[in-house]
Ligand binder design. Structure first.
Ligand code: HEM
Length: 184
């Protein structure tokens, strides 16, 4: 339970009691809307061009790592229950979801200068994830796994600025996704 507690901390920015998981609106209240600088936008667009050439592999590694580090997330995918991660790697549903996540990242990058469209896209996705019974505290797990799976593709060009730029992009995407989840 300690793991989930620290996840909820990152959502609400303060210590939460266990039953706070049942109160997503309160968890979301103190969430910060991240700012992405012009320089960070350039970094994201340029590095995405490289990552995109191996988009399926990056997607699969992101999800495999997510299930290995947070096995409880696996239960959400009903069809994945009782399977181990090596089986998952070849599961077509997993591949499809991994690609959909990558597709969403792509759409958000092209909407970085159109914040209303980015917000609407991610809020609608958040609403649908609430209907898929995904817990709000799971949403923030995706960014760190994604970042560690793109790093090897960018080899020597990876800097602290890349790390911050991609963290900010995911925080922005997840901010609106969680906002959508809290709106219904
Ligand atoms: C940044 C984070 C995420 C993004 C961008 C994302 C994106 C997507 C997209 C584009 C779909 C296709 C269906 C639709 O558009 O409604 C989808 C479906 C789904 N997602 Fe996510 N997702 C994210 C995180 C998660 C997490 C953390 C979980 C599980 C804990 C999850 C579970 C599901 C499930 C169960 C479905 C429906 C079934 C399926 O398509 O396999 N998603 N997601």
């Amino acid at each position: 339970m300690g793991g989930l507690h620290s996840i909820s901390k990152s959502i609400c920015g303060k210590s939460c009691k266990r039953n706070d998981y049942e109160r997503p609106n309160e968890l979301f209240q103190n969430n910060r809307l991240p700012v992405i600088s012009e320089q960070e936008k350039i970094i994201i667009v340029e590095s995405w061009k490289i990552v995109k050439t191996d988009i399926e592999k990056v997607g699969i590694i992101t999800f495999t790592n997510l299930f290995e580090t947070h096995p409880e997330v696996q239960n959400v995918f009903m069809s994945f229950r009782s399977k181990d991660t090596s089986d998952l790697e070849y599961n077509h549903i997993l591949r499809a979801h991994a690609l959909r996540v990558m597709g969403t990242v792509d759409k958000c990058i092209y909407r970085l200068d159109n914040r209303d469209k980015l917000r609407d896209l991610m809020m609608d996705l958040g609403i649908r994830h609430k209907n898929y019974t995904v817990k709000i505290e799971y949403i923030d797990l995706m960014g760190p796994q994604f970042i560690s799976s793109i790093k090897p593709h960018l080899e020597n060009m990876w800097t602290e600025e890349h790390e911050r730029a991609w963290e900010n992009l995911f925080q922005l995407m997840c901010y609106y996704m969680k906002k959508g989840m809290c709106s219904i």
